[in-house]
Design a protein around this ligand. Structure first.
Ligand code: NAD
Length: 280
C-alpha cells in the first residue's frame, strides 16, 4: 500500500504560511495584488479562475478578475495587459489559458512584465529557470517540488521519468528535477517503449492528459508516482494514473483530485507574494 500524498492538506499548510507572509507585508503597507484575466466561457477555466480568486482573497491577497467575452481582440487584450503591467495595485498578472483560437498565446505571455509573470511562462522566466537564475517558476511543477520536500522524498541521484513535455508542466518539471540533482528522462507522445522506461523510474511524473494512462505494470515496486492529470471521464474527474493498479505497487502516490491541483493554486499565491516582496 502506497503512502497517499495529501496535496489538499499540504496546500492548506502552504496557504497558512502565505497568509503569515501577507500579514508581514501589511506591516510595511504592502498588499499583494493579483490580476486574473479570463476570456470566454470555457467551463473548466471559469472554475479554475473562481478557485484562484477565492484562494487569493482568503490569504489576504487583493484579487481582481477581468472576465472578457470570447470576441475580445488580441489588440484589446494586449492593451489591457499593458495597463496591468503599470498598475501598482497588482504584483502578479495571470491570463487563464487556453485563449480563443484568434489570439496568439505566446504574444500574450510575452506582453506580461516578467516580474509580474506569476505563472512563470514568459521567455525571461523560462530562461532564468533553465540557467538556475532567480525568477518566477511555473506553479504546478514548483508545487510538486514542495510535495517532495514536505514528504521527505529524496531526489538527488534518483531516476525521475517525466511523461509529457509541455511548457506548463513537463519542461519546467525537468529543469527543477535536474536542479535537485535527479537523473531525468523525458518521455512524450513519440517515445518508444515508454513502459520500459517508466519501469526504471524511482519517480514518475505523469503530465499527459489521458485518463488512467499509467498502469501498475508500468511502475517499479516502491516508485513515487505523481499524477498531474486532470481528466473528465464518465462524468468524474480522474488523473493520468490508474490509481487502482498503481497504488499497490508504488511507495507514494498523489490522488486526483486532492493531489497536485490544490498545490498549484497554493504556489500561485506564494508566487504573488514573492513578486510583491521582490518589488518591496
Ligand atoms: P499538454 O497536452 O500540453 O501535454 C501533454 C504531453 O503529454 C505532451 O508533451 C505529449 O507529448 C505527452 N503525451 C501525449 N500522449 C502521450 C503518450 N501516448 N505517451 C507519452 N506521452 C504522451 O498537457 P499539459 O498542459 O502538460 O497537461 C497535462 C495534464 O495535466 C492535463 O490533464 C492537464 O489538465 C493537467 N494539468 C494539471 C494541472 C494541475 O494543477 N494539477 C496543471 C496543469 C495541467
Amino acid at each position: 500500500m502506497a503512502i497517499l500524498i495529501d496535496g489538499k492538506a499540504w496546500a492548506a499548510h502552504d496557504r497558512a504560511q502565505t497568509a503569515v507572509a501577507v500579514a508581514k507585508l501589511a506591516d510595511s503597507g504592502i498588499k499583494p495584488g493579483l490580476a486574473v484575466v479570463l476570456i470566454g466561457e470555457h467551463p473548466a477555466s471559469m472554475s479554475y479562475v473562481r478557485g484562484k480568486d477565492k484562494a487569493a482573497s482568503e490569504v489576504g491577497i487583493y484579487s481582481e478578475v477581468t472576465h472578457l467575452p470570447s470576441s475580445m481582440t488580441e489588440a484589446g487584450l494586449l492593451h489591457l495587459i499593458r495597463e496591468l503591467n503599470h498598475d501598482e495595485r497588482f504584483h502578479g498578472i495571470l491570463v487563464q489559458l487556453p485563449l480563443p483560437a484568434h489570439i496568439n498565446e505566446q504574444t500574450v505571455i510575452e506582453a506580461i512584465a516578467p516580474r509580474k509573470d506569476v505563472d512563470g511562462f514568459h521567455p525571461f522566466n523560462v530562461g532564468a529557470l533553465a540557467l538556475g537564475l532567480p525568477g518566477m517558476v511555473p506553479c504546478t511543477p514548483l508545487g510538486i517540488m514542495r510535495l517532495f520536500e514536505y514528504e521527505n522524498i529524496p531526489l538527488e541521484g534518483r531516476h525521475a521519468v517525466v511523461i509529457g513535455r509541455s511548457h506548463i508542466v513537463g519542461k519546467p518539471m525537468v529543469q527543477l528535477l535536474l536542479a535537485a540533482n535527479a537523473t531525468v528522462t523525458v518521455c512524450h507522445s513519440r517515445t518508444k517503449d515508454l513502459a520500459g522506461l517508466t519501469r526504471q523510474a524511482d519517480i514518475i511524473i505523469a503530465a499527459i492528459g489521458k485518463p488512467r494512462f499509467v498502469t501498475g505494470d508500468m511502475v517499479k515496486p516502491g516508485a513515487v508516482v505523481i499524477d498531474v492529470g486532470i481528466n473528465r471521464s464518465e462524468g468524474k474527474i480522474c488523473g493520468d494514473v490508474d490509481f487502482a493498479s498503481v497504488e499497490p505497487v508504488a511507495s507514494h502516490i498523489t490522488p486526483v483530485p486532492r493531489g497536485v491541483g490544490p498545490m498549484t493554486i497554493a504556489t500561485l499565491l506564494n508566487n504573488t507574494v514573492k513578486a510583491a516582496s521582490l518589488r518591496a
